[in-house]
Structures are given as C-alpha cells and as structure tokens.
Design a binder for this molecule. Structure first.
Ligand code: FES
Ligand code: MG
Length: 575
C-alpha cells in the first residue's frame, strides 16, 4: 500500500471538520449512508453507460450491482455515476460525433466528484475508447469492465453475425432472393441477447485492445455477456479498483509504449475493425505515447490474422473465440511478438496471465503458420489522394481488387450515392471506383460509418459482390469489401479527394500502400485554385465546438484541446 486515507481525494470532501465537509457528510446521510460507509474508505466511481437506447449494455444495471458488491467486499465506497451511453444502433448521425463528448464527460465526472478510482463500464463501439480517453486524462486508477459479446445469432439453423450478416442478407434481399418472412426471421434472430456485437467488429476489437493494453482483467474481454463468469468478473473489477487506489496504480504506469504496441499487435492478429486505428491513436496520444499510422502499418506487416472470426474469418463468432481459449490463448500464440513484461491493472506482468493459456480449437485461433490472412488486418495507404493517409482492410476484400485501376464515379452526399446504387440500370462497370465525398469528421459530420458504400444494384444483378470503394468516412467494424476509408485530409476541408472528377483514373495498390489519382500535379493545382469550401455544418451548439476543434482521422479525431498535454495541467477543484 502506498497511499493512506488522508491522502485520498475523497478524504478532502469527507474528512475535514469544516462546513463544506459537513455538507458532504450530511448529504451522504440523506442517501442512507453513515460514517461506517465512508470513513477510511476509497470512493470508487462506477461509470455506467447504461440506457434504454443501449441494447449492448442492457445488463449494466444489474452488472453495476456486482461491481458495487466487489467494491464493498474490498472495503471501498461505490458511487455509481451514469454517463452518455453512445448506442451504436440508435445514435445519429454517428456515435463518432459524440465520442469526445463522452470522453470529456468521463474526465469531468471524475474530476468534479469525490472519487479516488473508477470502474469504467463500456463495450459498445465508441464507449470503450471514450471512457478510457477521459480516464487517462484524469489519471486516477481505473479498471475497464468490458460488456462482453452477445451470443451467436441464429436463424433457421444458421448462425448469424452482427452487422456482417445484416449486409449480406440485405444484398440478397435487394437482389430479390429473400422473402419478407425470411427477412423478418433474420431480424428476430440476429441479436438475441444483451452484450455488444459478437463479430470481430469495433466493439470486440476495442475491448480486446483495452484488454491487451492491460486495462481489464487479463482475458476479460472475451467472456460472453450472458456467461456467469461475466458477473464474477464484474465483482472482481470492483474489488481490484479498491486495491488499485491503495497501490496508487495510475494509468500512466500501465499505458506505456510497450502496452500500446502489444495492443496494436493483438488488434492486427484479431483481424481488427478499421475503426480501431482511430481510437488507438487517440488513446495513445492521451497517454502521451507517440504512435501513428506508420507504426500501425509496420506492426500489421509483421502480424498475421489468426483469429478466424467474422468478418475477416469465414465462420466463427466471439462465442466460439471464447470457447477456443479467448484472447489470452490468442496472445499465447503470438509468442514474442508481444512484450510480456507490460503490467496490467493487476499490477502484474501480462506474461503471467498469458503463460499457460491454451488454444482449444486450432481452427478458431489459428497457429501462426496457418493464419487466416498472412499480414495484419489493416493497411495504411498514402498517395496524392491521401497525403495524410487512408486505410483498407485487405483481409475483408475480394483479393483481385487489391491492385486495381479504374475510373472514378463520385457521389457528393449519401443521398446522391443512393440514386446511383439503387438504379438497377445505372451505367456502371465493375472496374469503376465508387467514391463518396463529404463524409469525414467535418463533412459527415462525425465521420459516419458510410464507408462500405452499398454495391450498386446494376452490378449486383450481374452477380458482382465487391468493387473498389473510396471515401473519407469510416465503416462499421463488421463490414467488409474493398473499401478505402478515412481518406485524410477529408474532402470537406479541401483534401485532394475534393478535387477528383468523374472518370479520373484511381489506382489502389495495397502491396505498395498506394492510393493515387492519375492526374498531373499541375491539373491538381489548377483544380485546387478553383475549389471553394462548403457552408459550415453547424452554426451553434455542440457541433459548433466540434467543427472548430476536431482533428483529422490520422490524428485520432480527438479535440485538440482535450489532449492531455494541451495547455496547463488542470488543478484539483476547490472544495
Ligand atoms: Fe453496440 Fe455493435 S451495436 S457493439
Ligand atoms: Mg459498429
């Protein structure tokens, strides 16, 4: 133990013999607590992203009780604080617009309340990075409690995967191959328990990243939400958070360059969501670790995808991954690609947890010499179309398209895109590069997950299921296809994508990491001189602040002023 009670933040609120502390104590008594609840005890915030719009976190009301039980068992005082739930399913135009809002909320919740440490409850896509980003900037001891994946989907004896199968069955429906009744059967079977998406989408990727970075109990991210082990894990989080406060185990001791590299390596080996890149860069920056797209690409080149989980894998889902040994087993397989000395929230090296982990199914967690995909799941592209970078997920593409040149066909908005893709007779060739502009951080706004541009009906009817698609948007981690994403700088602020014209040839060469328009520099300069910036998206409110401070995708889309090292450090609140 390196801390004593008098040194705790909460003691400043609760202990002194003065009028302020009297107020805090009398109000704690108003809630039915007494001195035996708080005296000498750390206060642990339970940051809960439960809401009735958040199906992935439906179990959090109940799980919070387990977390609190653990806190009480270890001699702490739980204080549940609800936070924005950022439901991927319901929040529009995009949860990405609000990731930083939640990050800000978490930081300020922790700062303004009498708390010494925290359990962060999240899992649905953006909640994981947002909670962690905010807590990093506050630098109080915390442990992340991952929501856990939902059970496998099921319809008519077939397994269904979140997102991935929605798109697949929708394409079949659009192609006229699926009846109304079958479509409703898919609707009722694709999400049949609480928990986050059970493909290796953004949610599973981000919780795996949190896990391999040392921010959860080792292996916790793989436990399915409805498994009783998940409840036990929740209680352990509560107990451990109390100990972490006494040990003063702050996040800056855990989130080191080594931990970030481990997390990036694991992400690549899982066949991670493209979104992971943005969040990983943002989290690293908050922790003061210099980590960029080039680092990520280099790690990707040396790390095969060994998790055979959809959408990169063909067959399996997170439930299978758990039964096959889960994340620790995958980490065991990665051998010396990981640095086992990195410490976790347990205060112990992650290697201790990895040692002895066993793979129970070699088809789900593949050996390194029989990977799902030889290189890591993501590749970072550069070229005159994306001077600051763009991203593609080669493992999820028709491999023929990884080297491709074709004419651009451009939509300037999602509405425009719809008129192209819904027209069954639209004159379009399969070598066309379909482009969507104005879908980036500023243009979307909020960089919506539009990047898996729908396949045009005119190609679907002829049996085509993939083509090269290009945008400054993101795509859902459960998506697939030859989609080039996150083009930076984005078109809305005048990135080169804004200067592309219909019919210009676009070259994609994943091996060379190249994304290029075959247009001369002189012509590009001429077009740039003619370009005028569009009307701002927001004139008031959160969006107004957002558009003035949001950074581009390659920088993690954080607000400039939220970076931990921005300006002077913030002092503790006056009590
Ligand atoms: Fe919540 Fe996919 S909708 S994780
Ligand atoms: Mg998603």
């Amino acid at each position: 133990m390196t801390k004593i009670y008098e040194e705790l933040r909460s003691a400043r609120w609760m202990a002194p013999d003065n009028l302020r502390a009297f107020g805090h104590r009398s109000r704690a008594r108003q809630m039915g607590h007494g001195p035996e609840d708080w005296e000498g005890k750390p206060v642990i915030a339970v940051i809960n992203t439960w809401s009735e719009a958040q199906p992935c976190h439906m179990h959090f009301r109940d799980r919070a009780e387990f977390v609190k039980r653990g806190i009480l068992q270890a001699g702490g005082f739980p204080m549940e604080l609800p936070a924005l739930s950022l439901s991927e399913s319901f929040v529009k135009p995009s949860t990405m617009l609000y990731r930083n809002m939640l990050a800000m909320e978490v930081e300020e919740l922790l700062r303004s309340h009498p708390v010494d440490g925290a359990v962060l409850m999240g899992g649905c896509d953006k909640t994981t990075p947002a909670l962690i980003m905010g807590a990093i900037s506050m630098n109080l001891p915390f442990i992340f409690m991952p929501a856990g994946p939902m059970l496998r989907g099921n319809y008519a004896g077939k397994t269904l995967g979140s997102g991935t199968d929605s798109w697949k069955y929708w394409d079949e429906r659009r192609a006229g191959n699926l009846s109304q009744q079958e479509w409703q059967g898919v609707e009722g079977g694709i999400a049949r328990s609480y928990g986050h998406c059970m493909t290796m989408g953004t949610a599973s990727t981000m919780t795996a990243i949190a896990d391999s970075m040392g921010l959860t109990f080792p292996g916790a991210s793989s436990i399915p939400a409805p498994d009783a082990g998940h409840q036990r894990m929740a209680a352990s989080c509560g107990r451990r958070a109390v100990e972490m406060v006494w040990e003063d185990l702050t996040p800056d001791q855990i989130i080191t360059p080594t931990a970030i590299n481990n997390a990036a390596t694991v992400a690549m080996a899982t066949g991670c969501s493209t979104n992971a890149i943005i969040h990983l860069v943002a989290m690293a920056q908050r922790a003061g670790v210099d980590f960029n797209l080039k680092d990520l690409d280099a790690i990707g080149r040396g790390t095969p995808v060994i998790a055979n989980v959809r959408p990169s894998g063909e067959e399996y889902l997170m439930e299978d991954f758990f039964y096959a040994g889960g994340l620790l087993a995958l980490m065991e397989r990665l051998g010396d690609k990981l640095d086992h000395s990195a410490i976790t929230v347990t205060g112990r090296p992650i290697g201790e947890a990895i040692e002895g982990a066993v793979v129970y199914n070699d088809d789900v967690i593949r050996p390194l010499d029989n990977p799902v995909y030889l290189e890591g799941s993501l590749a970072v592209l550069h070229g005159n179309l994306a001077p600051s970078g763009a991203v593609i997920k080669p493992a999820a593409c028709d491999q023929k398209l990884l080297k491709h040149t074709g004419p651009a066909l451009i939509a300037n908005s999602y509405a425009e895109l719809k008129t192209i893709v819904e027209d069954i007779d639209y004159p379009i060739t399969p070598d066309t590069v379909l482009v969507l502009r104005n879908a980036g951080p500023q243009g979307g706004p909020g960089m919506p997950e539009w990047g898996m541009l729908p396949m045009p009906k005119a190609l679907l009817k002829n049996g085509y299921r993939d083509m090269v698609r290009l945008s400054d948007a993101r795509m859902s981690g459960t998506s697939y296809g030859a989609c080039v994403l996150h083009v930076a700088p984005e078109s809305f602020i005048g990135g080169p994508l804004a200067l592309l014209k219909n019919g210009d040839l676009v070259t994609l060469d994943v091996e060379k990491r190249l994304l290029q328009m075959e247009v001369s520099d002189e012509e590009i300069a001429r077009r740039r001189a003619e370009w005028t910036s569009p009307e701002p998206r927001y004139e008031r409110g959160f969006g107004y602040m957002y558009s003035r401070h949001i950074e581009q995708a390659d920088k993690g889309c954080d607000f400039d002023f939220l970076k931990t090292d921005f300006g002077k450090p913030i002092s503790e609140p006056e009590i």
